[in-house]
Design a protein around this ligand. Sequence first.
Ligand SMILES: NC(=O)c1ccc[n+]([C@@H]2O[C@H](COP(=O)([O-])OP(=O)(O)OC[C@H]3O[C@@H](n4cnc5c(N)ncnc54)[C@H](OP(=O)(O)O)[C@@H]3O)[C@@H](O)[C@H]2O)c1
Length: 265
Amino acid sequence: MHIGIIGTGSMGGMLTTAFCEAGHESVFIYNRTASKAQLLKDTFPTVITLCENPIEVVSQSDLIFLCTKFTDLPPIFESIRSTLQDNQYVISINSHITLRDLEESLSCKVAKVIPSITQTARSGILLFMGGRRLNSHDEDALFAILRTIGIPYAIAEDMTRVYSDLTSCGPAFMANLLLQYVQAAKQHGVEEDVAEQLIASMMIGLGKLITEKNMTLQDVVTRVSVPGGVTEAGLRVLQDADQDVLLRVLSATAQKQEEMAHKTT
Ligand SMILES: NC(=O)c1ccc[n+]([C@@H]2O[C@H](COP(=O)([O-])OP(=O)(O)OC[C@H]3O[C@@H](n4cnc5c(N)ncnc54)[C@H](OP(=O)(O)O)[C@@H]3O)[C@@H](O)[C@H]2O)c1
């Protein structure tokens, strides 16, 4: 399947790189500021074809990712509408646009995908929401493509916010918590860069326990925490700490999304 990407900023650039590194043979890209797309072409000269406009992307691709901000989508719809064929796929990575609006704007098969920075390492979750024109064969085909750069996971559209908090904001939330751990260790005399390296290696090990050894998070807690031991003493402090903090994080993102939705409508 030929892949097209319109908008090669932070996310579109990441997806382009991930698809190229995954071994896809043809990726057609267009960005408003040509120099950004040119940098990607310089990195993957044999795979990437630079296009002059969105129509060129659409006319050469089976599956087109729209990777611009919400406000930049309507003029793109206008320009590609008459070139798109009904059997082509368009995937928006913007969470504000609804599947219904996508289907009303375009006559082809549509879906939404919420990527995560983890696809830089061709890992982590891509949240997937399919439009009504997709049949099971279409979904299988799209999942097969997405699986080359991460793990696609289908969700209901009205649950996008909380799932995105887990998979898309999650890396930033967890990294920030770990940075606080680094600062605490620093206050106890560990060099900052040493603490960061050790915590990063610990996280890689933790990931392997979960992926390679099938341990759950609770298994890890139980195995490390010996009754009456030092880990248990530390865990007690964490459990006594503000239990609402992550609930408040989820409320804050939901509230921000509401505000942004009002600004864009
Ligand atoms: N950042 C995240 O972690 C994240 C996660 C999931 C989803 N998203 C969604 O992903 C989308 C893109 O976010 P981003 O962070 O990648 O933004 P970004 O870095 O600003 O990238 C947007 C790109 O779209 C290009 N663009 C704008 N209008 C265009 C047009 N008419 N034709 C072609 N290219 C056009 C921009 O070109 P210029 O170079 O000219 O500005 C820019 O390179 C947003 O809808 C966001 O909600 C982001």
